[in-house]
Design a protein around this ligand. Structure first.
Ligand SMILES: [Zn+2]
Ligand SMILES: [Zn+2]
Length: 430
């Protein structure tokens, strides 16, 4: 359950909503149309809740992991990834750019800019705030205990390894002043123990906004980090951020905000909305779906941003678009979609990512969740995702520049006037 302070921040200004009861002491205005995750009492000791995608989502099916391992993973003919062994070949097709730290340390006042750190990790900056989404900087990802105790050869063999390195370390971002970290769910390729520890060390005042259940995980991973700096939300709940003297804090506390005039509040307030995703969660043997998964919609005074996390295609994106769209920029997953029979409930295809881009009413989208890890389920050719995005854009008659991929470490600044400037110089070439 969210703590009291965060509950104060639940958005009560639904566009067309009505009051519904969220439980003891909780009232939030929700339209009946707004899908809520299912919740069951768990048999697992110390893990009382199991989350489910809503029963009404006919696009959801529980992934059959046994079928996946026995029928898909063992058939090497299904693996079309063909990731080159040679660094030269990789550098040619997926170059890692030298990070322009000066750009990150001096973000534009009136535009939105995003850096791709690789896979689902992005650093997005707009309206005076710097947000890291699903930050993973580590070379290997996997269970924390294995990662900390095992030699490199073991990690290479038994864990998931990057084939494209992160373009920078957390420490190298020190001068950027990261304000907020958003986590979409607990899978290793989105929530990495070492990266979280490094972020908390480097930015002791950083604020984490996470879906239900992940606050507990963070407390264990960061025993000395103030839990007041962590807020967890359920779908359609909102956390407001308020900037005071250049520092972003959690908003909503009456005494804290009373001294700030409405005029300043409007200019310095950002709303972070926890929005649904069709996915699931698991890190260990005993924690299947004991933490919630989500996407994020962030609205500032001038710009807005959507982070897709991981999701299969479902109608809820249209609802997100109606409620919080249009977005200046979205970061949408485009990789790890084959074989479709197994992946379709949990990961969109590149073509469906273009549909999501339209559903949520994104002006621009960045393709993420590709080109970095050869992970379980990444069976498509490693360069296929952006090609299929482009094909779908052409089929739909959409501007090719409206949905781009960029190089690792590249910074894409959305121009203030997109109709006259296309921002083409950051587009990766394939
Ligand atoms: Zn996932
Ligand atoms: Zn993922």
């Amino acid at each position: 359950m969210a703590d009291e302070a965060s509950l104060n921040n639940i958005d009560n200004e639904e566009k067309e909503g009505q009051e519904v009861d969220l439980g003891p002491g909780l009232a939030c205005s929700h339209s009946n149309e707004l899908d809520q995750p299912g919740k069951e009492v768990s048999w697992r000791p110390f893990r009382p809740v199991v989350w489910k995608n809503p029963e009404s989502w006919k696009t959801w099916k529980i992934p059959n992991k046994i079928e996946f391992v026995t029928q898909v993973k063992m058939k090497s003919s299904l693996d079309k990834s063909d990731i080159p062994k040679s660094k030269e070949e990789l550098d040619k097709h997926l170059p890692i750019e030298r990070v322009n730290f000066n750009k990150l340390e001096n973000p534009p006042e009136k535009a939105i800019q995003v850096m791709w750190i690789g896979h689902a990790s992005v650093l997005v900056q707009f309206d005076g705030i710097s947000i890291l989404c699903d930050p993973v900087f580590s070379e290997h990802i996997g269970p924390s205990l294995v990662m900390s105790k095992s030699p490199t050869w073991f990690l290479d063999m038994f864990t998931c390894k990057r084939y494209r390195k992160a373009p920078c370390t957390v420490k190298e971002l020190q001068k950027v002043a990261i304000d907020v970290v958003l986590i979409s769910h607990d899978h290793f390729d989105h929530l990495d123990n070492q990266s979280i520890v490094d972020i908390a060390d480097t930015f002791p005042d950083v604020k984490f906004v996470v879906p239900m259940g992940i606050k507990d995980w963070l407390r264990k991973a960061l025993p000395r980090f103030s839990s007041n700096n962590i807020r967890e939300l359920k779908w359609w709940e909102t956390q407001k951020m308020v900037c005071e003297k250049g520092k972003w804090m959690f908003g909503g506390n009456q005494s804290e905000t009373a001294a700030i005039s409405m005029d300043i509040m409007e200019k310095r307030t950002i709303s972070i909305h926890c929005t649904p995703a069709q996915h699931w969660c698991q890190r260990g043997m005993m924690d299947l779906n004991t933490r919630l998964w989500c996407s994020w919609a962030v609205q500032g005074p001038q710009q807005s941003f959507f982070f897709g996390g991981d999701s299969g295609y479902c109608d809820v994106f249209k609802k997100i678009g109606r409620k919080y769209g249009p977005f200046t920029l979205a970061a949408l997953p485009i990789g790890a979609y084959e074989p479709r029979s197994y992946m379709h409930p949990q990961h969109v295809s590149p073509e469906q990512a273009v549909d999501v881009h339209e559903d949520i009413r994104a002006k621009f989208s960045l393709g993420i969740h590709w080109g970095t890890f050869k992970q379980m389920g990444c069976f498509e050719h490693y360069l296929e995702p952006p090609k299929l995005v482009e094909k779908r854009l052409e089929e739909k008659g959409l501007e090719l520049d409206s949905f781009q991929v960029i190089n690792h470490g590249a910074i894409w600044q959305i121009p203030e006037n997109p109709s006259t400037e296309k921002g083409k110089d950051h587009k990766a070439k394939f």
